[in-house]
Design a protein around this ligand. Structure first.
Ligand code: ADP
Length: 274
Protein backbone atom coordinates (compact mmCIF):
# COMPACT_ATOMS: atom_id res chain seq x y z
CA UNK A 1 0.00 0.00 0.00
CA UNK A 2 1.14 3.52 -0.77
CA UNK A 3 1.63 5.99 2.07
CA UNK A 4 -0.80 8.90 2.42
CA UNK A 5 2.08 11.17 3.46
CA UNK A 6 5.68 10.57 2.57
CA UNK A 7 8.64 12.64 3.72
CA UNK A 8 12.06 12.26 2.15
CA UNK A 9 15.16 13.80 3.69
CA UNK A 10 13.34 16.86 4.96
CA UNK A 11 15.39 19.65 6.47
CA UNK A 12 14.21 22.87 7.98
CA UNK A 13 16.33 25.80 9.01
CA UNK A 14 14.87 28.78 10.89
CA UNK A 15 16.39 32.17 10.14
CA UNK A 16 19.07 30.91 7.76
CA UNK A 17 22.19 33.04 7.47
CA UNK A 18 21.51 35.00 10.65
CA UNK A 19 22.82 34.74 14.20
CA UNK A 20 19.53 33.01 15.07
CA UNK A 21 19.95 30.25 12.52
CA UNK A 22 18.53 26.96 13.79
CA UNK A 23 18.58 23.66 11.97
CA UNK A 24 15.34 22.41 13.53
CA UNK A 25 14.72 19.38 11.32
CA UNK A 26 17.45 17.16 9.95
CA UNK A 27 17.09 14.63 7.14
CA UNK A 28 13.72 13.37 8.32
CA UNK A 29 12.28 10.56 6.19
CA UNK A 30 8.94 9.10 7.12
CA UNK A 31 6.00 7.25 5.57
CA UNK A 32 2.55 7.58 7.10
CA UNK A 33 -0.26 5.26 6.07
CA UNK A 34 -3.99 5.73 5.97
CA UNK A 35 -5.77 4.71 9.15
CA UNK A 36 -2.66 4.70 11.33
CA UNK A 37 -2.63 6.14 14.82
CA UNK A 38 0.83 7.61 15.24
CA UNK A 39 2.52 9.29 18.16
CA UNK A 40 5.31 11.79 17.67
CA UNK A 41 7.24 12.26 20.86
CA UNK A 42 10.31 14.11 21.93
CA UNK A 43 11.60 16.54 24.49
CA UNK A 44 10.63 20.23 24.17
CA UNK A 45 12.60 21.73 21.29
CA UNK A 46 13.20 18.40 19.54
CA UNK A 47 11.41 19.58 16.40
CA UNK A 48 7.93 18.07 16.75
CA UNK A 49 6.01 21.25 15.98
CA UNK A 50 8.32 22.12 13.13
CA UNK A 51 7.79 18.66 11.64
CA UNK A 52 4.01 18.68 11.78
CA UNK A 53 3.71 22.15 10.32
CA UNK A 54 5.23 20.70 7.16
CA UNK A 55 2.48 18.12 6.83
CA UNK A 56 -0.15 20.58 5.60
CA UNK A 57 2.29 22.91 3.90
CA UNK A 58 2.17 25.57 6.57
CA UNK A 59 5.94 25.77 6.43
CA UNK A 60 8.04 24.75 3.50
CA UNK A 61 11.06 22.51 3.94
CA UNK A 62 14.45 24.07 3.28
CA UNK A 63 15.26 20.89 1.37
CA UNK A 64 13.75 17.48 0.77
CA UNK A 65 10.51 16.13 -0.59
CA UNK A 66 7.03 15.78 0.86
CA UNK A 67 4.27 13.90 -0.95
CA UNK A 68 0.59 13.66 -0.17
CA UNK A 69 -0.95 10.65 -1.89
CA UNK A 70 2.04 10.28 -4.13
CA UNK A 71 2.21 13.88 -5.31
CA UNK A 72 5.06 16.17 -4.27
CA UNK A 73 3.49 19.20 -2.59
CA UNK A 74 6.46 21.38 -3.50
CA UNK A 75 5.87 21.07 -7.23
CA UNK A 76 4.58 24.15 -8.97
CA UNK A 77 0.84 24.61 -9.00
CA UNK A 78 0.18 22.15 -6.19
CA UNK A 79 -3.28 22.83 -4.68
CA UNK A 80 -2.19 23.88 -1.19
CA UNK A 81 -5.69 24.89 -0.20
CA UNK A 82 -6.88 21.36 -0.76
CA UNK A 83 -3.95 19.96 1.21
CA UNK A 84 -4.85 22.19 4.18
CA UNK A 85 -8.35 20.75 4.11
CA UNK A 86 -7.15 17.15 3.81
CA UNK A 87 -4.58 17.46 6.56
CA UNK A 88 -6.21 19.12 9.56
CA UNK A 89 -3.89 20.63 12.13
CA UNK A 90 -5.00 21.33 15.68
CA UNK A 91 -2.49 23.62 17.37
CA UNK A 92 -1.48 23.71 21.00
CA UNK A 93 -4.07 25.52 23.13
CA UNK A 94 -6.47 25.65 20.18
CA UNK A 95 -9.15 27.20 22.36
CA UNK A 96 -7.35 30.52 21.94
CA UNK A 97 -8.80 30.54 18.47
CA UNK A 98 -12.45 30.15 19.49
CA UNK A 99 -14.30 33.36 18.88
CA UNK A 100 -17.85 32.83 17.64
CA UNK A 101 -20.94 33.52 19.79
CA UNK A 102 -21.82 29.87 20.25
CA UNK A 103 -20.27 26.43 19.89
CA UNK A 104 -22.14 25.43 16.76
CA UNK A 105 -21.20 28.62 14.90
CA UNK A 106 -17.62 28.16 15.90
CA UNK A 107 -17.42 24.64 14.50
CA UNK A 108 -19.27 25.84 11.39
CA UNK A 109 -16.62 28.46 10.70
CA UNK A 110 -14.37 26.34 8.47
CA UNK A 111 -17.06 24.77 6.27
CA UNK A 112 -18.76 28.17 5.96
CA UNK A 113 -15.51 29.68 4.74
CA UNK A 114 -15.42 26.98 2.09
CA UNK A 115 -18.68 28.36 0.78
CA UNK A 116 -20.93 25.51 1.88
CA UNK A 117 -24.60 26.18 2.61
CA UNK A 118 -25.72 26.89 6.16
CA UNK A 119 -27.53 23.57 6.24
CA UNK A 120 -24.47 21.60 5.10
CA UNK A 121 -22.24 23.50 7.53
CA UNK A 122 -24.46 22.66 10.46
CA UNK A 123 -24.70 19.06 9.41
CA UNK A 124 -20.92 18.78 9.34
CA UNK A 125 -20.53 20.70 12.58
CA UNK A 126 -22.97 18.46 14.41
CA UNK A 127 -21.29 15.37 13.03
CA UNK A 128 -17.90 16.69 14.17
CA UNK A 129 -19.17 17.62 17.64
CA UNK A 130 -20.58 14.15 17.99
CA UNK A 131 -17.23 12.65 17.03
CA UNK A 132 -15.53 14.48 19.89
CA UNK A 133 -18.28 13.62 22.36
CA UNK A 134 -19.52 17.14 22.88
CA UNK A 135 -23.01 17.25 24.45
CA UNK A 136 -25.81 18.46 22.20
CA UNK A 137 -27.34 20.40 25.08
CA UNK A 138 -24.41 22.84 24.93
CA UNK A 139 -24.36 23.57 21.18
CA UNK A 140 -25.72 27.04 21.85
CA UNK A 141 -23.40 27.79 24.76
CA UNK A 142 -20.71 30.42 24.43
CA UNK A 143 -17.32 28.75 23.86
CA UNK A 144 -15.90 31.00 26.56
CA UNK A 145 -18.12 29.50 29.25
CA UNK A 146 -16.91 25.95 28.69
CA UNK A 147 -14.41 23.93 30.74
CA UNK A 148 -10.89 23.49 29.41
CA UNK A 149 -11.59 20.00 28.13
CA UNK A 150 -14.81 21.02 26.41
CA UNK A 151 -13.17 24.02 24.75
CA UNK A 152 -10.58 21.69 23.35
CA UNK A 153 -13.27 19.36 22.00
CA UNK A 154 -14.88 22.26 20.22
CA UNK A 155 -11.56 23.29 18.68
CA UNK A 156 -10.89 19.74 17.48
CA UNK A 157 -14.43 19.53 16.08
CA UNK A 158 -13.73 22.73 14.14
CA UNK A 159 -10.97 20.93 12.27
CA UNK A 160 -12.95 17.69 11.87
CA UNK A 161 -15.82 19.63 10.33
CA UNK A 162 -13.55 20.11 7.32
CA UNK A 163 -13.56 16.32 6.96
CA UNK A 164 -9.79 15.88 6.79
CA UNK A 165 -8.15 12.56 5.92
CA UNK A 166 -5.39 13.20 8.43
CA UNK A 167 -5.84 14.79 11.84
CA UNK A 168 -2.72 16.20 13.47
CA UNK A 169 -2.95 17.16 17.13
CA UNK A 170 -0.14 19.15 18.75
CA UNK A 171 -0.11 18.35 22.49
CA UNK A 172 -3.90 18.03 22.79
CA UNK A 173 -3.63 17.41 26.54
CA UNK A 174 -1.45 20.41 27.40
CA UNK A 175 -2.73 22.21 30.48
CA UNK A 176 -5.51 19.73 31.26
CA UNK A 177 -5.81 17.91 34.60
CA UNK A 178 -5.23 14.10 34.62
CA UNK A 179 -8.94 13.35 34.27
CA UNK A 180 -9.40 15.80 31.41
CA UNK A 181 -6.26 14.40 29.79
CA UNK A 182 -7.51 10.79 29.88
CA UNK A 183 -10.97 11.83 28.67
CA UNK A 184 -9.70 13.66 25.64
CA UNK A 185 -7.23 10.92 24.70
CA UNK A 186 -9.91 8.23 25.07
CA UNK A 187 -12.15 10.31 22.85
CA UNK A 188 -9.46 10.74 20.21
CA UNK A 189 -8.72 6.99 20.29
CA UNK A 190 -12.40 6.26 19.86
CA UNK A 191 -12.91 8.62 16.96
CA UNK A 192 -9.78 7.19 15.31
CA UNK A 193 -11.17 3.67 15.63
CA UNK A 194 -14.68 4.45 14.48
CA UNK A 195 -13.80 6.69 11.53
CA UNK A 196 -10.49 5.13 10.47
CA UNK A 197 -9.03 8.61 10.05
CA UNK A 198 -5.23 8.87 10.24
CA UNK A 199 -4.32 10.49 13.54
CA UNK A 200 -0.97 11.99 14.45
CA UNK A 201 -0.64 12.77 18.11
CA UNK A 202 2.21 14.98 19.21
CA UNK A 203 3.29 14.73 22.81
CA UNK A 204 6.29 15.12 25.07
CA UNK A 205 4.87 12.45 27.36
CA UNK A 206 5.48 8.75 26.81
CA UNK A 207 2.54 7.90 29.00
CA UNK A 208 0.13 9.85 26.83
CA UNK A 209 1.04 7.95 23.71
CA UNK A 210 1.97 4.59 25.23
CA UNK A 211 -1.61 3.59 25.78
CA UNK A 212 -3.04 4.51 22.41
CA UNK A 213 -0.88 4.62 19.34
CA UNK A 214 0.18 1.88 16.91
CA UNK A 215 3.48 3.46 16.13
CA UNK A 216 5.81 5.94 17.78
CA UNK A 217 8.19 8.35 16.13
CA UNK A 218 10.79 9.69 18.54
CA UNK A 219 12.44 13.00 17.75
CA UNK A 220 15.65 14.29 19.27
CA UNK A 221 17.45 17.50 18.26
CA UNK A 222 15.63 17.63 14.95
CA UNK A 223 16.33 14.03 14.04
CA UNK A 224 14.09 11.00 13.95
CA UNK A 225 15.76 8.51 16.29
CA UNK A 226 13.08 5.80 16.53
CA UNK A 227 10.14 4.81 14.39
CA UNK A 228 8.50 1.60 15.56
CA UNK A 229 5.71 0.01 17.56
CA UNK A 230 5.50 1.15 21.21
CA UNK A 231 6.74 -2.25 22.32
CA UNK A 232 9.93 -1.98 20.30
CA UNK A 233 10.52 1.67 21.08
CA UNK A 234 10.10 1.20 24.83
CA UNK A 235 12.79 -1.46 24.88
CA UNK A 236 15.28 1.34 24.34
CA UNK A 237 14.34 2.96 27.63
CA UNK A 238 17.92 3.86 28.52
CA UNK A 239 18.34 5.83 25.31
CA UNK A 240 14.92 7.40 25.78
CA UNK A 241 15.88 8.52 29.25
CA UNK A 242 19.00 10.10 27.78
CA UNK A 243 16.94 12.19 25.39
CA UNK A 244 14.77 13.49 28.21
CA UNK A 245 11.64 11.41 27.87
CA UNK A 246 9.79 11.07 31.13
CA UNK A 247 10.15 7.85 33.11
CA UNK A 248 10.60 5.56 30.12
CA UNK A 249 11.52 2.51 32.17
CA UNK A 250 8.30 2.79 34.14
CA UNK A 251 6.39 3.35 30.92
CA UNK A 252 8.04 0.30 29.42
CA UNK A 253 7.10 -1.90 32.34
CA UNK A 254 3.56 -0.57 32.30
CA UNK A 255 3.31 -1.29 28.63
CA UNK A 256 4.52 -4.86 29.12
CA UNK A 257 2.01 -5.38 31.92
CA UNK A 258 -0.84 -4.01 29.82
CA UNK A 259 0.10 -6.27 26.97
CA UNK A 260 0.01 -9.20 29.37
CA UNK A 261 -3.52 -8.21 30.25
CA UNK A 262 -2.75 -6.74 33.67
CA UNK A 263 -4.83 -3.63 34.32
CA UNK A 264 -2.50 -0.71 35.06
CA UNK A 265 -3.34 2.84 36.01
CA UNK A 266 -1.21 5.69 34.65
CA UNK A 267 -1.40 7.20 38.10
CA UNK A 268 1.22 4.98 39.71
CA UNK A 269 3.69 5.61 42.49
CA UNK A 270 6.90 3.67 42.70
CA UNK A 271 7.68 2.32 46.15
CA UNK A 272 10.92 0.92 47.44
CA UNK A 273 13.41 3.55 46.31
CA UNK A 274 12.31 6.19 48.79
P1 ADP B 1 9.05 20.98 19.81
O1 ADP B 1 7.73 21.10 19.13
O2 ADP B 1 9.54 19.56 19.85
O3 ADP B 1 9.07 21.61 21.17
P2 ADP B 1 9.98 22.94 17.87
O4 ADP B 1 9.73 22.37 16.54
O5 ADP B 1 9.01 23.95 18.39
O6 ADP B 1 10.14 21.74 18.93
O7 ADP B 1 11.42 23.58 17.92
C1 ADP B 1 12.58 22.96 17.37
C2 ADP B 1 13.75 23.94 17.48
O8 ADP B 1 13.53 25.04 16.61
C3 ADP B 1 13.94 24.54 18.86
O9 ADP B 1 15.32 24.67 19.10
C4 ADP B 1 13.27 25.88 18.77
O10 ADP B 1 13.85 26.80 19.66
C5 ADP B 1 13.51 26.27 17.32
N1 ADP B 1 12.41 27.11 16.79
C6 ADP B 1 11.09 26.82 16.79
N2 ADP B 1 10.37 27.80 16.23
C7 ADP B 1 11.27 28.75 15.87
C8 ADP B 1 11.18 30.03 15.20
N3 ADP B 1 9.98 30.51 14.82
N4 ADP B 1 12.31 30.71 15.00
C9 ADP B 1 13.50 30.22 15.38
N5 ADP B 1 13.68 29.04 15.99
C10 ADP B 1 12.58 28.31 16.22
Amino acid sequence: KDPILSLKNLNYVYNPGTAYEKHAMKEVSLDLYEGEFIGIIGHTGSGKSTLIQHLNGLIRATSGELSFRGRNIYEEGYPMKELRQQVGLVFQYPEHQLFEVDVLSDVCFGPKNQGLSQEECEKRAKEALQMVGFPESSYKASPFDLSGGQKRRVAIAGVLAMRPKVLVLDEPTAGLDPKGRDDILDQIAMLQKTTGITVILVSHSMEDVAKYVDRIIVMNKGEKIFDDTPKHVFRHYKRLEEVGLAAPEVTYIMHELREAGVPVSTDITLVGEA
